[in-house]
Design a binder for this molecule. Structure first.
Ligand code: KIV
Length: 288
């Protein structure tokens, strides 16, 4: 790995070090801020259960988000609105039990942080204390600043989330790109700065124009984590089942499919069904 200024060599070396099982240290919020400062991209994915979280962790992901997308991916809902704090505690506990290196961040579900900063603080505390999460994430700008301040002043790291915030789907009316007009773009920039001032350690930017994400990334010292927000963000996040191609229906342009597990799993299960029905499974060797 040769880079004109040695940067590529250094970042490749640091990456290799960070995924070597024996030397990888637990990722912390401070580490993420250092990664931004040194120009090292941050790789994040969602996770909802022990077996997949352990695979993703071993493969070198820096941050695992127990997202409220669990509502869509695991629970079969159309939106994230029905997800409860108890659901998030349950899924986070499963992820925490199987992860050694990645920072685990848990989404605060709809109506667990909107009523008052005190209630938000208490619920975030449950995600840390009962579920064992390393940080919480919540959606919004101005309206969540007090809650973010209260949490961060009391030792709860907060990841913010701007742009397309799926818990506001009924207000937005669609999952279209946000921050397209000047007024909304300016609000996103103001919110990002205010969230950093309130103590947020990172900001997810979802489905906003790349140029706006690049501006926000320059404006703040904390890392921006993009999903459908272009290449200038300090890190990227995807829903892990999307990037391995588990479903055939959801194919937005911001999802790169690194595998086609939908067909791999379907073929495997078809073969199993055929073997059981044809009495080809199990054999004597597979029996006791
Ligand atoms: O819930 C989720 O999965 C998310 C991300 C994809 C950012 O919020």
């Amino acid at each position: 790995m040769k880079g004109a200024d040695g940067y590529l060599c250094q970042s490749y070396f640091l990456f290799a070090m960070s995924v070597t099982p024996t030397t990888r240290k637990r990722v912390t919020t401070r580490r993420l801020i250092e990664m931004k400062a040194s120009g090292m991209p941050i790789a994040c994915l969602t996770a909802y259960d022990a077996i997949s979280a352990s695979l993703l962790d071993a493969a070198g992901v820096d941050v695992l988000l127990v997202g409220d997308s669990v509502g869509n991916v695991v629970q079969g809902y159309d939106t994230t609105i029905p997800v409860t704090l108890e659901h998030m505690i349950y899924h986070t506990q499963a992820v925490v039990r199987s992860v050694e290196h990645a920072l685990i961040v848990t989404d605060m579900p709809f109506m667990t942080y909107q009523v008052s900063p005190q209630e938000a603080f208490r619920n975030a505390g449950r995600l840390m204390k009962e579920a064992g999460s390393g940080a919480v994430k919540l959606e919004g700008g101005q309206r969540v600043l007090e809650a973010v301040r209260l949490m961060t002043e009391n030792g709860i790291p907060v990841m913010a989330h701007l742009g397309l915030t799926p818990q506001s789907i009924h207000q937005f009316g669609s999952y279209k790109e946000r921050g397209v007009d000047e007024e909304e773009a300016d609000a996103i920039k103001r919110d990002a700065v205010a969230l950093q001032q309130a103590g947020a350690f990172a900001i997810v930017l979802e489905k906003i124009p790349s140029a706006l994400a690049a501006e926000v990334t320059k404006l703040v010292d904390v890392p921006t984590i993009g999903i459908g927000a272009g290449p200038s963000c300090d890190g990227q996040i995807l829903v892990w089942t999307d990037m391995v191609g588990m479903s055939t229906e959801f194919r937005p342009r911001f999802v790169r499919r690194y595998a086609e597990l939908h067909s791999v799993i379907t073929d495997a299960v078809r073969s199993y069904v055929a073997d059981v029905k044809g009495r080809a499974f199990p054999t004597q060797e597979e029996s006791y």
